[in-house]
Design a protein around this ligand. Structure first.
Ligand SMILES: C[S@@+](CC[C@H](N)C(=O)[O-])C[C@H]1O[C@@H](n2cnc3c(N)ncnc32)[C@H](O)[C@@H]1O
Ligand SMILES: [Zn+2]
Length: 401
């Protein structure tokens, strides 16, 4: 018999295998945990709840699917914390997880709205959607979501739906294994100081390709990046016309480690456009290539502000402490995603400078007429219309004072 513990996240209390008991006193799950639940993913689930409520303000939701559910916590939270009476189908290949999720669904009184299936995620997505397609699919696997995305997109309602995807294979997406990234996500990853941005863009680019091959478009609503995973929320619509237009949102990112200059190039650009202007005179560093990947917007600002507004009606204590700050930073950076963020500490390392406070650089850049915002991707990074060269000048002037 599984030794269980009661956990609470958001407004939802549920049972799952006792992590400390099965993981030798650790607070994080290990392979010996009979049913998967990771409390460190609460930020991911908190934002997922808020984004689903924001999404439901604009689009109808009748049926959702979580094909890799573990303890069921994610869907339990959707059922318990989002409005409406939508139904849910949950699935897991682990029979103990199915048993746990079923009991959690029953004890919270959702048996009439949710069904838990024991089986393979891809098979479930294909078979369960034969009768009625899903308005929302949440793909949250171990490692890469790539094998599930074709079935997920094919299972979605042609009038449009929300697709949320987590990827935890960070060494692949962040440039340690660029060739695996190419075969898994259709684009090379690269080691850069903005490697997590490349990770989310590779994931979005792959979703664009899979959606496009099914005559669907994909519109990003939000992305989340932390140390150990990335997550994206996109709207999928059956529209080859929109998908055709979005071809110009696919491109490559070029990066020179010698001067830290980067350039974003649409795949649809002409060869002449591929000129690369190094920022340090005489720098002839070899330019790294990431992509093809998604180079378009990462956020829908209205969607973010709707999610943020929901916080004022809630007790903030129920969410992870980072939620308000992450949402604020997402809103701030949402209009500045046409180029990668710049990591001030990495720039200072390159030029042997001591980094001043980000606040100082942000004020100077604003004084000089540049647009600038903090980014949720990294505390030491900013997004700006200024170049790395212009930021370096500000830091050098500051240190000469
Ligand atoms: C990362 S966990 C899911 C966590 C959950 N979504 C949450 O928010 O807590 C991945 C789950 O996928 C299940 N799984 C792995 N391969 C599967 C497959 N092919 N089909 C269905 N479930 C699978 C595992 O048993 C595990 O419970
Ligand atoms: Zn260079």
């Amino acid at each position: 018999m599984t030794i269980e513990k009661e956990y609470t996240e958001g407004r939802t209390t549920f049972l799952s295998a006792d992590i400390e008991h099965y993981s030798g006193g650790k607070k994080q799950p290990t392979a010996s945990l009979p049913v998967f639940y990771n409390p460190r993913m609460q930020l991911n689930r908190d934002l997922s709840v808020l984004f689903l409520v924001a999404y439901m303000k604009r689009y109808s939701m009748d049926l959702m699917c979580e094909p890799l559910t573990g303890s069921g916590v994610r869907t339990l939270r959707y059922l318990n914390e989002c409005p409406g009476d939508f139904r849910a189908i949950l699935c897991d290949a682990n029979p103990l997880a199915v048993e746990t999720a079923k009991r959690n669904i029953a004890s919270l009184g959702f048996s009439n709205r949710a069904e838990v299936v024991h089986g393979d995620a891809k098979v479930l997505l294909t078979t369960e959607s034969q009768e009625k397609r899903f308005d929302f699919v949440d793909v949250d696997p171990f490692g890469t979501p790539a094998p599930y995305l074709n079935a997920a997109i094919q299972s979605m309602n042609p009038r449009g739906g929300l697709l949320a995807v987590t990827a935890t294979d960070m060494p692949v997406l962040c440039g340690i294994h660029p060739k695996i990234s190419l075969r898994r996500y259709g684009g090379l990853s690269a080691r850069t100081p903005f490697t997590h941005e490349i990770a989310v863009r590779l994931l979005n680019g792959f979703i664009y390709n899979v959606a496009g091959s099914n005559d669907c478009s994909m519109q990003p609503l939000a992305v989340l990046s932390t140390d150990h995973y990335v997550r994206t929320w996109v709207r999928i619509e059956a529209s080859p016309e929109k998908a055709n237009l979005q071809a110009s949102e696919m491109g490559i990112i070029l990066y020179c480690p010698g001067c830290m200059h980067s350039e974003v190039k649409p795949l649809t650009s002409t060869v002449r456009d591929v000129d690369f202007a190094h920022e340090i005179a005489g720098c002839s560093g070899l330019v790294r290539i990431a992509g093809p990947l998604w180079i378009g917007d990462l956020y829908d600002t209205k969607y973010l502000s709707d999610a943020f507004d929901l916080l004022s009606g809630e007790n903030p204590q129920i969410y992870h402490r980072r939620v308000p700050n992450v949402l604020e930073r997402m809103m701030g950076e949402s209009s500045l995603t046409d180029r990668p963020y710049i990591d001030i500490h990495a720039l200072c390392d390159l030029h042997n400078l001591t980094p001043p406070k980000n606040r100082f650089i942000i004020e100077r850049l604003k004084d000089q007429g540049f647009k600038v915002a903090k980014t949720h991707f990294k505390p030491t990074a900013i997004r700006t219309t200024a170049s790395g060269y212009e930021i370096t000048k500000i830091i050098e002037d500051y240190q000469m004072r």
